[in-house]
Ligand binder design. Structure first.
Ligand SMILES: O=C(O)c1cccc(C(=O)CC[C@H]2O[C@@H](n3cnc4c(=O)[nH]cnc43)[C@H](O)[C@@H]2O)c1
Length: 223
């Protein structure tokens, strides 16, 4: 029986990364498969949204994927593993109050959460797992500020149910894709734990290797 992802076979897929090193890792994994276009979106949700809109305004795609590296929440996603978002959450979009954080939803100004197609999420996660990659599925948080303390990491993990990882672009790219009614996936590999800042300990090399491996699975899944 055909899967949901079979409908994407041979279709046009746009992959947005934050930086050039991520783009190169994705391209190595995709082996220059011409079904995919890979572009650098820039760092942060606003830059990434603008870049994505400028591409989608002039070119047709059937699926948008945000791929890159991320921080992994403790006991949810280890360094070198892959995370697939089932939800994208703009986790710092809202208001701080003495009683706690209020999301955009709670303020009545829209939603801080973009829900993704659970069938696609599950099938991509299963394909990555079948290829032998360690995979976690859950909420990937989009933040303007990289978490740098244990207290913030704990607060985010308890405030956002099912948080597996944090990065800085997903919500912007997903919002752009949603505007053009194009399905979206966020797939990241973990370079560092979310917590006290120790930039020297980030394993970017390991995360980029995993990103290349995950991208080669994507090439097979959508071929
Ligand atoms: O220095 C390098 O060689 C290098 C190579 C690839 C990527 C980078 C980045 O700094 C990418 C920035 C990008 O990474 C995401 N990210 C990674 N870890 C976290 C985190 O703990 N919290 C939030 N974001 C994270 C994020 O999406 C950045 O845009 C450098």
């Amino acid at each position: 029986m055909g899967s949901d992802l079979d409908t994407y076979k041979g279709m046009r897929i746009l992959v947005m990364t934050s930086v050039q090193a991520e783009k190169e890792a994705v391209l190595r994994g995709l082996c220059n498969e011409d079904q995919f276009d890979v572009m650098v979106a820039g760092v942060g949700s606003v830059a990434a949204a603008i870049s994505t809109v400028s591409v989608l305004h002039t070119s047709q795609y059937d699926l948008v994927i945000n791929a890159g590296i991320a921080g992994g929440f403790m006991d949810q996603a280890e360094v070198g593993s892959v995370v697939v978002a089932d939800k994208v959450v703009a986790a710092d979009l809202g208001a701080q109050t003495p009683e706690g954080f209020l999301s955009l939803d709670e303020l009545g100004f829209g939603s801080s959460t973009i829900h993704l197609d659970q069938n696609k999420v599950r099938q991509v996660a299963e394909a990555l797992q079948a290829a032998g990659l360690p995979v976690a599925t859950g909420s990937i948080l989009t933040l303007s500020t990289v978490t740098g303390t244990a207290a913030t990491a704990t607060a985010l993990a308890s405030r956002v149910q099912g948080a597996v990882a944090e990065a800085m672009e997903g919500f912007g790219i997903a919002s752009a894709a949603q505007h053009y009614q194009i399905p979206f996936l966020e797939i990241r590999t973990i370079s560092n734990p979310v917590g006290p800042r120790n930039r020297a300990a980030w394993r970017i090399d390991k995360a980029l290797e995993a990103l290349e491996a995950a991208s080669s699975v994507l090439r097979e899944v959508f071929k």
